[in-house]
Every structure is written in structure tokens, then in C-alpha cells.
Write a protein that binds this ligand. Structure first.
Ligand code: FAD
Length: 407
């Protein structure tokens, strides 16, 4: 068993791995080093409840600050790792310190993608990744303010909903012909566009931003979208620089196996930073940016390090909250040959509830559920077990999901 475990990145995955190592009986030392000033916290509320003022810092923390001392986890905040020496099993930090390890877990997450266009380095441009980013954004919102959001992905849409809740105007500028184009079905895109518009959000699609200017955002067709606050939410890239420089195998992130092991037997990698296989989807590799993925891989790494059996593979899933809508997605749609819609996506306000199932033959590969927890739960279970489904029953909301799942 590795005596000294060093975790780089004190976010959702790193913080969870530290706690699990102790829970699983690791008796050696654990050093949890992260560059942010705060103890590990949850990012999802930064664009939702926290941004709207419905949650405080305490509520964001993964565990109370006292947890780390009580469980003998040495938490080093404000500590930026600069290099790994895999041969010597040591990590160097920006402050000149060096930490040795027997086992190293890389949990460095991802960072906001930046646009390479004129004005992209203007200091007023905001991104939303950290608590500090969220504090800045929150200070810029309120009645009479107009927020322009570049990117119609989850973070952008959640920020738009929160901006409206705070009384600000919001315009979402999306380059593709629909919002959520990379991550959701057309049905979902159309539904969220309609709902955001009904809430007063201006949603522009097929709108390519070519420059940031004093007054706002310039589009390829010459239009100027005026705004007094600018948020860029165009996706994230893996923080895999340390791993690359150390010679670890990388693709779209650090390449790991089903137990979160990298190409170096003493180094694991977990969370947003990894390019991982997904066993329930035939081992296909993906870089997943979600809390459930961070938790699953933290379990894998902690289990492997303490010598416990590997945890059972999970179905990837994700959620997003916008207005009174809870979106839950399980599985991956790649390879699906048809979609089945259950419920009415045309109802966008009160009573909105539907699910889109992506099928390959008679197997569900993915479910996108809006205010439809039974569809999500049953769908996720059926994906995991590869349960054959009767498409006619599935499409009929009068047949309960329990019956559908029973075959
Ligand atoms: P992170 O939590 O990002 O932690 C990585 C940490 O590593 C950071 O603190 C970083 O500073 C640190 N680090 C990086 N490099 C170094 C270094 N060299 N030295 C030291 N420290 C370093 N997921 C969902 O499932 N549902 C949601 O609704 C949802 N909403 C989100 C909303 C927002 C605004 C954001 C930003 C993310 C959201 N996510 C959501 C994604 C989710 O938060 C991430 O998938 C999760 O945080 C990944 O955990 P992680 O530990 O891999 O990365």
C-alpha cells in the first residue's frame, strides 16, 4: 500500500479522493494541494443557486474546513504545482517547495477555453470557472445591467437564467445553429431556447463573435451587441499540462484506464482532466465534465491505491438547473439510430415535463429528462443493464416507467 499520497488539485475530484482514501482505511499521509485559496468546493452552484444569492460559501464547501485536520489530510491551498518528476516521485511547486509521493493523483480539472479574436484579452471579459469568477460576475449583475454571454452551452444558459433572476437583461450569442448543439438533442435545444426567450433572454444562434469592443460584442455580420458585462462560456479544456510535460500519455486530457491509472503505475488522474474509457458504452473514451464523473473516478483511484476491489462501472450522468427546470442526462447518444420523445416538449412553462430517449435497436443509450425524474432513473438503470425496451410503451406516458423497465 502506498504510504504517502499526494493529490494535485483540490477541487471536486481531489477533495473527494482525499476523503475516500481515509474512509477506505489509508493510514499513511495524504497531502491535498490546490492552487485556489479555498478548501474544496462545489462548482455547480456558481452558475445557479450561489449566483442568485440562494447559497453561501459554507453551502458550497464539499466538507467543512475542520474535516481535513480531523482526518489528517494536509490541505495546502494557494499551492500551484509546476512540475512532476516521475522518476524521483516528486512534485515541485511555484513557491519552491517539493513534495515526494508514493502515489500521485492528478485532479487538476479543466479551465475555460479562450477565444483567439481581437479584444479577447480585454480585462472586462469574464469567465465562470472559480468562486472568484462567480463573485466578479455576481457583482456585475442586477436591474438595469445587460449581460452578453458568448456561448450557448450549459454554463452560459444557467448564467442567463440567474441573470434574469437578479433582474438583469441577458443575451446569449451562439455560433452554432442551436444552443447546446454539442451536448444535447435538437428537441432539448428547441425547448430551452423557447423557455429562455419566454423569460426575456435574447437568444441569437448562428451568430459568430469576431471581436470584443468598448461597447460590446461585434458579430461576423457586422452587428454590434451592446452590453455592459461580458461573459465568455465557450467550453473548457483539460488542465493536462503537468502530465504532458512529465511524459504521461495524453489525448483529449490525461489518458487513464478503468481504475483511473495513467501510463505511469504510480500516478492516477481523475475528473475533468482525464480522457477516460466508459465501460457501459463499449469502453469508448471521453473527457467528461461532471460531478458524477469526478466522484466515480475518485472512487476508482482511492480503491486502487488502498487495494480494494474496483468499484462497479457507472452510467455517466449530468444535470443542469435553469429556472424551475431540472435537466438530467444519463448515457451517451453516440451510435443511436432513433429518438423517442415521451411527454410534450411543447409545454415550456408550468407543467413542463418530458424525456428524449436515444435508442440503438431496442437498447437505450441515452436519456435526456426535463422535470422527469422517473424517466431519468429508469432510463439510467436500463442503460446500465442494457435492458431491451418496448418502444411503443416507452413513447406512451400513460404506461409507467416501472412497467416500461419491466419489459
Ligand atoms: P475542479 O473541480 O475544477 O478542480 C480542479 C482544481 O485543480 C481547481 O481548484 C484548480 O485550481 C486546481 N489546479 C489545476 N491545476 C493545478 C496545479 N498545477 N496545481 C495545483 N492546483 C491545480 N457538473 C455537473 O455534473 N452538474 C452541473 O450542474 C455542473 N455545473 C457546473 C457549473 C459551473 C459554473 C462549472 C464551472 C462547472 C459545473 N459542472 C457541473 C462541472 C463540475 O463542476 C466539474 O466537472 C467538477 O468540478 C470536476 O471536478 P475536478 O476536481 O476534476 O475539477
Amino acid at each position: 500500500m502506498a504510504n504517502r499520497v499526494l493529490i494535485i488539485g483540490a477541487g471536486h475530484a481531489g477533495g473527494t479522493a482525499a476523503a475516500l482514501l481515509r474512509q477506505y482505511g489509508h493510514e499513511g499521509s495524504i497531502v491535498l494541494a490546490g492552487e485556489e485559496p479555498a478548501a474544496p468546493y462545489q462548482r455547480p452552484p456558481l452558475s445557479k443557486a450561489w449566483l442568485k444569492g440562494e447559497a453561501d460559501l459554507e453551502a458550497l464547501l464539499l466538507r467543512p474546513e475542520s474535516f481535513y485536520e480531523e482526518h489528517e489530510v494536509e490541505l495546502r491551498t494557494g499551492a500551484t504545482a509546476t512540475a512532476i518528476d516521475p522518476a524521483a516521485r516528486r512534485v515541485s511547486f511555484a513557491d519552491g517547495t517539493v513534495e515526494p509521493y508514493d502515489a500521485l493523483i492528478l485532479a487538476t480539472g479543466s479551465r475555460a477555453r479562450r477565444l483567439a479574436i481581437p479584444g479577447a484579452d480585454r480585462p472586462e471579459l469574464m469567465e465562470l470557472r472559480t468562486l472568484a469568477d462567480a463573485e466578479r460576475l455576481k457583482a456585475a449583475l442586477g436591474p438595469g445591467r445587460r449581460l452578453a454571454i458568448v456561448g450557448g452551452g450549459y454554463v452560459g444558459l444557467e448564467a442567463a437564467a440567474s441573470a434574469r433572476a437578479l433582474g438583469a437583461e441577458a443575451v446569449v450569442i451562439e455560433r452554432m445553429d442551436r444552443v447546446l448543439a454539442r451536448v444535447a438533442s435538437e428537441t432539448l435545444s428547441a425547448f430551452f431556447t423557447a423557455r429562455h426567450r419566454s423569460e426575456g433572454v435574447e437568444v441569437l444562434t448562428g451568430a459568430e463573435v469576431t471581436a470584443f469592443e468598448d461597447a460590446g460584442v461585434r458579430l461576423a455580420d457586422g452587428r454590434l451587441i451592446e452590453a455592459d458585462a461580458l461573459l465568455v462560456g465557450v467550453g473548457a479544456v483539460a488542465c493536462d499540462d503537468l502530465a504532458r510535460a512529465a511524459g504521461l500519455e495524453c489525448g483529449n486530457g490525461v489518458i487513464v484506464d478503468e481504475q483511473a491509472r495513467t501510463s505511469d503505475p504510480a500516478i492516477w488522474a481523475i475528473g475533468d482532466a482525464t480522457f477516460r474509457p466508459i465501460p457501459v458504452h463499449g469502453g469508448r473514451r471521453r473527457r467528461l465534465e461532471s460531478v458524477p464523473n469526478a466522484l466515480e473516478q475518485a472512487k476508482q483511484a482511492a480503491s486502487a491505491i488502498v487495494g480494494r476491489p474496483a468499484p462497479a462501472p457507472e452510467v455517466p450522468w449530468f444535470w443542469s438547473d435553469q429556472y424551475d427546470l431540472k435537466l438530467q442526462i444519463a448515457g451517451l447518444p453516440d451510435g443511436a439510430d432513433r429518438q423517442i420523445v415521451r411527454g410534450d416538449p411543447g409545454v415550456i412553462g408550468e407543467g413542463a415535463s418530458f424525456a428524449v430517449f436515444h435508442l440503438e435497436g431496442d437498447r437505450i443509450l441515452c436519456v435526456e429528462a426535463v422535470n422527469a425524474p422517473a424517466e431519468f432513473m429508469a432510463g439510467r438503470m436500463m442503460i446500465g443493464k442494457a435492458t431491451p425496451v418496448d418502444a411503443v410503451k416507452l413513447a406512451d406516458p400513460s404506461v409507467s416507467m416501472k412497467l416500461v423497465a419491466a419489459g
